[in-house]
Design a protein around this ligand. Structure first.
Ligand code: ZN
Length: 603
């Protein structure tokens, strides 16, 4: 008994897939079928059924009534014999979360195209992939980690999975990607690049291989997979990734990929891309195997709340960058630059004082994934602050155990006790394991920094590694931090994120308590003049910074189409921009501890 699907990119120009789903022994009282409302790894209701543009059911070539029960569910009339459901899906969203189809390629996640057959999601599922018709597509090949049953040399044919959840956890790319392969821990790893690019494949391969090996070294083994695929969509301007059990889908910008002759020390864009690959690969353990208890199994009809995303996304975000330095792909200096940037992102927003990491996780569905202009003032990211909490916890365990144990031991225990045997992680379990590893009760530590909004003890803990925590002010919020200012002095800033507008400079975000808010300005306002002189995005921030602290200035701005005047006495910009430096006076033992933490020495 298995559920069988066929899928054909039937009309690439119109972005339409034709799908059939066959149920040999449908529910005698009428078979219920539904589309997921969300895709695991991306915690937002997306209602994929909205892209089904036609649907009908047949039994023995006779039409069967199909009744829609709600936004995402259909029920067939009772039938005597196999039920065939034929439907078409509109796919014109170039994101790792959904499906896309045009003349250049086809990409889909199963959660966007395969109806789930209620009551039968645990049985074997088979899918037959068909090539689009026409001479333009004869060079298209299939890339996926689905298990092959019988496929041709281009990869078209039938694939098989243990259940529905597995069916939708292997995205499929069909087209003409360029790719390369390498082995880590004897498992073949493939990188497929779709879209125009001039990537230096050899360079990317060398770096990725080291990063993957570093993650495997941490856990001691890979989960039970027989291949791994990095499926990359290269675009003019994109960034994102989604983890799967034996692959990841990524979108990157062309400029993120290394060209031939890329300097040995990765430049910022390439470093970000390596961090993204590292992040998704770490998820192969952390969230694909080590999962919140409530995700076993996933309920794809409704939101599934957990307060633990700081551990699954935040810890992953910590290790994605740590692995870059541990693998030798980036330098210690580059790693401190990245950490300084992460600290800056968290410290810039006063939302961190309102929302805890646990609350941010729980409300991911309606807050983190539905951010508006108020986000920095009202919420905190479980990615960035979660990564900083992981850093603090790691350094705390190290100092508590005279550097004999670390967060690495916590991750290994999570893997051995939860990930490998597929036992979900209950709420409260991580602090329990961390306390055992640290040999001291860390529940208050978690209570302060995960369940409440106390400021993280970054300066104090970084000092245990001989790292000095420095804060400075920034003229513009485009200053990501990580590096010292050319001139450290008291300056004035708008304390707002600004973009160019056709008549001036538009405020995108206005930070709580900053000069723009104190003047009475709001997100959406378009500033056109400072002290009656015209400004635009290019000079607005430097113009404000040219006034000494305490100056009274007048700003003119449009709110919608109404011209308004705002007066403000400028206060000094807050020091929310972080950069880290090494303490040259630190003891030799501190230097050794830091080197061991960053994998610069092994002993
Ligand atoms: Zn992630």
């Amino acid at each position: 008994m298995s559920i069988r699907y066929t899928i054909t990119p039937s009309n690439p120009v119109a972005h339409i897939y034709s799908v059939t789903c066959t149920v040999n022994q449908p529910d005698p009282s009428g078979q219920i079928l539904s589309m997921p409302t969300w895709i695991p790894g991306s915690y937002m209701i997306r209602d994929f059924a909205r892209n089904i543009i036609s649907i009908k059911a047949l039994c023995n070539n006779q039409s069967v009534d199909l009744h829609k029960l709600d936004k995402t569910t259909w029920q067939s009339a009772p039938v005597n014999g196999p039920l065939e459901v034929h439907y078409t899906v509109y796919a014109w969203d170039l994101s790792v979360r959904t499906a896309h189809l045009d003349q250049t390629h086809a990409y889909f996640n199963g959660s966007s195209v395969f109806l789930a057959v209620q009551g039968l999601t645990d049985v074997e599922h088979k899918v037959t992939l068909h090539s689009p018709e026409g001479k333009d597509f004869t060079n298209w090949t299939v890339l996926t980690t689905l298990t092959k049953q019988s496929v041709d040399n281009r990869g078209f044919g039938t694939y098989v999975t243990r259940d529905y959840e597995e069916l939708i956890d292997h995205p499929v790319e069909i087209g003409q990607p360029t790719y390369f392969e390498f082995k880590v821990a004897d498992i073949p790893h493939k990188v497929a690049l779709t879209g125009q690019h001039r990537c230096d494949a050899q360079r990317l391969q060398t770096d990725l291989q080291k990063i993957c090996q570093t993650h495997i070294n941490l856990y001691g083994e890979l989960p039970a997979i027989n291949q791994y695929l990095f499926q990359v969509m290269v675009t003019g301007n994109g960034y994102g990734g989604l983890e799967h059990r034996s692959s990841t889908s990524l979108v990157c910008s062309r400029k993120d990929l290394p060209l031939a002759g890329h300097p040995e020390e990765p430049e910022d864009d390439y470093r970000n891309f390596l961090g993204l690959c590292s992040h998704e690969y770490f998820h192969t353990w952390n969230v694909k195997q080590i999962k919140p208890e409530v995700f076993l199994p996933y309920n794809l009809r409704h939101e599934t709340h957990t307060t633990l995303l700081w551990a699954f996304e935040g810890f992953t975000a910590y290790y994605d960058e740590l692995a870059l330095v541990r693998s030798g792909v980036i330098s210690e200096e580059s790693y401190l630059d990245l950490l300084g940037q992460t600290i800056t992102r968290v410290q810039r927003g006063t939302g961190r004082l309102l929302q805890s990491l646990a609350e941010s996780s729980f409300d991911a569905w309606t807050k983190f994934y539905k951010q508006d202009e108020s986000a920095p003032n009202t919420i905190v990211s479980y990615y960035t602050k979660g990564a900083l909490f992981a850093l603090c916890l790691d350094l705390k365990i190290r100092s508590q155990t005279s550097h004999r144990h670390s967060l690495d031991d916590v991750m290994r225990r999570l893997w051995q006790e939860h990930g490998k045997p597929c036992i979900g992680v209950p709420e409260g379990k991580i602090e329990h394991i961390a306390s055992e590893v640290a040999g001291t009760d860390l529940h208050d530590f978690f209570a302060d920094y995960v369940y409440a909004t106390k400021e993280l003890p970054l300066a104090e803990l970084l000092a245990t590694m001989g790292i000095v925590f420095n804060m400075r002010s920034a003229i513009t919020l485009d200053d990501k931090g990580g590096k010292p200012a050319r001139k450290d002095q008291e300056i004035c800033s708008l304390d707002a994120r600004v973009s160019a507008d056709k008549v001036g400079a538009k405020l995108i975000q206005v930070l709580t308590g900053g000069n723009a808010e104190r003047a009475g300005l709001s997100a959406g306002d378009v500033i056109i003049a400072v002290n009656n002189l015209q400004v635009e995005k290019a000079n607005l921030e430097s113009e404000i910074a040219s006034y000494p602290v305490g100056s009274r200035i007048t700003l003119h701005a449009f709110r919608r189409d109404e011209l308004m005047q705002f007066d403000v006495t400028l206060q000094a910009a807050e020091k929310t921009t972080c950069y880290l430096t090494l303490d040259s006076q630190a003891a030799e033992s501190t230097f050794k501890h830091r080197q061991r933490w960053l994998g610069l020495i092994n002993e």
